[in-house]
Design a protein around this ligand. Structure first.
Ligand code: UTP
Length: 447
């Protein structure tokens, strides 16, 4: 893109001020600014400006009902596992990781997936995800292609982490990196914010940016070519997640679901977690900020919380559903933040109060578009312990403790004694569940 093209595009979007400092910029700065401008789409800019005018479009959730959530046991569990294993053996399951976030609460300098979480080995979060995928690949004899969404800010470091670790044992041909989009930050009146005279402030477009990125990068086409039917979605910060868990995949397939969600019981009525609710024949994720106190504490006939189950963002999507949704515009969520800006004299100012908006898309906003949805309960302690904060709740310390507690439960089930004082870690390829550990445990015992 050259200067004239940039000027034309900006004019179309009402953003001519972006070139205000052009004359003061060096050659490299000019090139970088033009490259940024080239990524701006008039349609998206108009969507952001529209969202600023209308504000967050929060639909009324007062008529929402709790969805039917399955708790699988006995025969039903066995049926789901068998159906899931059939899909895995046929190579129809993919893993999809969103790892493009900025991880600002953790304050770690690098992609969150590189954060060292292994209690004994200091292995990074990516290690646990990749090794679980490898374990199931070995068990079922078919690759589970692994699609990893990064952002412009962390793509290079993410790919490097995989390369330096030999892809954690995975076949590089089955790992697909793709980068999510970026949105410019805007003032209240819809003007793009420059955080340096030659630089637009941009931030990742949220995990909902996944859909457009899947399409743009060719990842969706790759899934189709490989015959993928079910796509297991998860977040980078939860090393407890059971990736491509046969019971969940099977439950999804048996229900002919387009969008399936694993849900866990809230730990306390006001826990900050999104809740899927039913509105007539469709479902929608209602954020905790949208729920009234009455909804948070309402009791059902069984005396338990009526809105009991929250979503830790563990999903299975039908691949064709993702394909269908990928070309549609998604709603925007606004976040009012402190964004550095350039003042009238061209100096950079770091504001002490929020001054501008970031825009994000959330993947669960496609839930109402699913023709069929399914909800499966699981036990939080077994599958969800995210690394969000540097300290306190949902921190590396709580996550390492939860990882070890899970492995200790497996060991106890297998009759392996282990003192609480000894740190434990199990490579998922060694044993991906308690049953696998039991087989190895018996061998060890026989030695
Ligand atoms: P979070 O909402 O926890 O955000 O992301 P974050 O960026 O990791 O952390 P904070 O809020 O800055 O502290 C949940 C999941 O969604 C991914 C993250 O990588 C994480 O796996 N995500 C989030 C993206 O892939 N892209 C985004 O733009 C935002």
């Amino acid at each position: 893109m050259n200067y004239e093209q940039a000027e034309k595009l900006l004019k179309k979007c009402g953003q001519e001020h972006v070139l205000a400092y052009w004359k003061k910029l060096g050659k490299k700065e000019r090139e970088e600014l033009l490259a940024q401008i080239a990524t701006l789409e008039p349609k998206s800019i108009a969507q952001c400006q529209g969202a600023l005018k209308t504000g967050a479009d929060v639909p009324d959730s007062s008529k929402g009902k709790a969805p039917k959530v399955a708790v699988l046991k006995g025969k039903k569990l066995a049926e789901a596992v068998a159906a899931g294993e059939k899909e895995l053996k046929a190579g129809r399951v993919a893993a999809l990781l969103v790892a493009g976030g900025q991880g600002s609460r953790l304050g770690y300098d690098g992609p969150k997936g590189c954060y060292q979480i292994g209690p004994v080995t200091d292995a990074p979060l990516f290690y646990f995800h990749a090794r679980k995928i490898l374990a199931r690949t070995i068990r079922y004899g078919k690759p589970i292609p692994f699609y990893v969404m990064t952002s412009e800010a962390n793509n290079e470091a993410t790919v490097k982490c995989f390369e330096e670790n030999d892809y954690f044992g995975l076949n590089p041909d089955d790992v697909f990196f793709f980068t999510q989009g970026m949105w410019p930050g805007m003032t209240k009146d819809g003007k793009i914010i420059l955080d340096k005279p030659g630089h637009i402030f941009m931030s990742p477009d949220g995990h909902g940016g996944l859909l457009a990125a899947l399409k743009r990068s060719g990842a969706l086409a790759d899934m189709k070519k490989r015959g993928i039917k079910s796509v297991f979605f998860f977040q980078v910060d939860n090393p407890l997640v059971e990736i491509a868990d046969p019971a969940f995949v099977g439950y999804h397939v048996l229900n002919k679901s387009e969008y399936s969600l694993k849900l866990c019981a809230k730990r306390d009525p006001k826990e900050k977690v999104g809740m899927p609710m039913q509105f007539g024949k469709t479902f929608r994720m209602v954020e905790y900020t949208e729920m009234t106190d009455e909804q948070c504490t309402r009791l059902g006939k069984d005396g338990k919380l009526y809105f009991l189950y929250g979503s830790p963002a563990i999903h299975v999507f039908d691949r064709a559903f993702l394909d269908r949704e990928a070309s549609k515009a998604m709603p925007l969520h606004l976040a009012f933040k402190k964004i550095p800006f350039v003042d009238a004299k061209g100096a950079v100012v770091k504001p002490s109060e929020p001054n501008g908006y970031k825009f994000e898309k959330f993947i669960f906003d496609i839930l109402p578009n699913a023709k069929t949805a399914a909800f499966l309960a699981f036990d939080q302690k077994d599958e969800f312990s995210p690394v969000k904060n540097a300290e306190g709740s949902d921190s590396p310390a709580t996550c390492r403790a939860d990882m070890q507690a899970k492995w200790r439960r497996w060991m106890a089930e297998c009759g392996i004694q282990c003192s609480d004082k000894v740190p434990v870690e199990i490579d998922p390829v060694y044993a991906v569940d308690a049953a696998e550990l039991a087989k190895i445990g018996i061998c060890l015992g026989a030695e």
